[in-house]
Design a protein around this ligand. Structure first.
Ligand code: CA
Ligand code: CA
Length: 162
C-alpha cells in the first residue's frame, strides 16, 4: 500500500513535469534536453562560464539531428537580422585550446561527431573556439561549424540533459 502511494506520487510528479516542462526556469525542453539561448554577444569563455553558472554547459553536438535541432531553435529565437547575416551565429562547446588540432567538448562528452564547414577548421588567426558559420544557401550548410578566435563576441546555447 505504501509503495503504491509512493508510485502514485512519482507518477503525479512525472505528469506535472511533462505537462509543464521538466527543465529549469528559462530553459526550453526539446525531447530529453533542456536548452538555454542567450542572444547577448560574449566571448567563448564568458559564454562557457555563464552556462556553468546556470548548472549547464555550452551545447555539445553528437549527431546531425542534434545540430539541426539547435540551428532550428536559433532561427526561431534570434533576431532576423542575425539569422540572415553571415558569421552571426552562436558558440558551441567545441574547442582545441588545450592541444592545437584536438577538438574537445567543454561538457566532457566524446568528440564522436563533427560538422565542419568546407575548409574548416583552419586555425587561421589562431582559432580555438567553435561556432556555426551560418554561411551557405540552405540550413543544412549554414549550421556547419567554423573555428574562430575565442575572443570574438557571439550569442550562445547552454544545455542540460534531462
Ligand atoms: Ca585551433
Ligand atoms: Ca576557421
Amino acid at each position: 500500500m505504501k509503495s503504491n502511494f509512493t508510485i502514485s506520487l512519482f507518477l503525479l510528479a512525472a505528469i506535472a513535469c511533462l505537462s509543464q516542462g521538466c527543465c529549469p526556469e528559462r530553459f526550453m525542453q526539446v525531447g530529453n534536453r533542456c536548452y538555454y539561448f542567450n542572444s547577448d554577444k560574449v566571448d567563448w569563455h564568458d559564454a562557457r562560464d555563464a552556462c556553468l553558472e546556470l548548472g549547464a554547459h555550452l551545447v555539445s553536438i553528437h549527431s546531425f539531428q542534434e545540430s539541426a535541432q539547435v540551428y532550428a531553435l536559433w532561427k526561431s529565437l534570434a533576431d532576423d537580422r542575425f539569422t540572415s547575416n553571415l558569421y552571426e551565429a552562436y558558440w558551441i562547446g567545441l574547442n582545441d585550446q588545450q592541444t592545437e588540432g584536438v577538438f574537445k567538448w567543454s561538457d566532457g562528452t566524446p568528440t564522436d561527431y563533427t560538422l565542419w564547414h568546407d575548409g574548416e577548421p583552419n586555425n587561421s588567426r589562431g582559432e580555438d573556439c567553435v561556432a556555426a558559420l551560418n554561411a551557405g544557401s540552405n540550413d543544412q550548410d549554414r549550421q556547419k561549424w567554423n573555428d574562430y578566435p575565442c575572443g570574438l563576441l557571439k550569442s550562445y546555447f547552454c544545455r542540460i540533459p534531462l
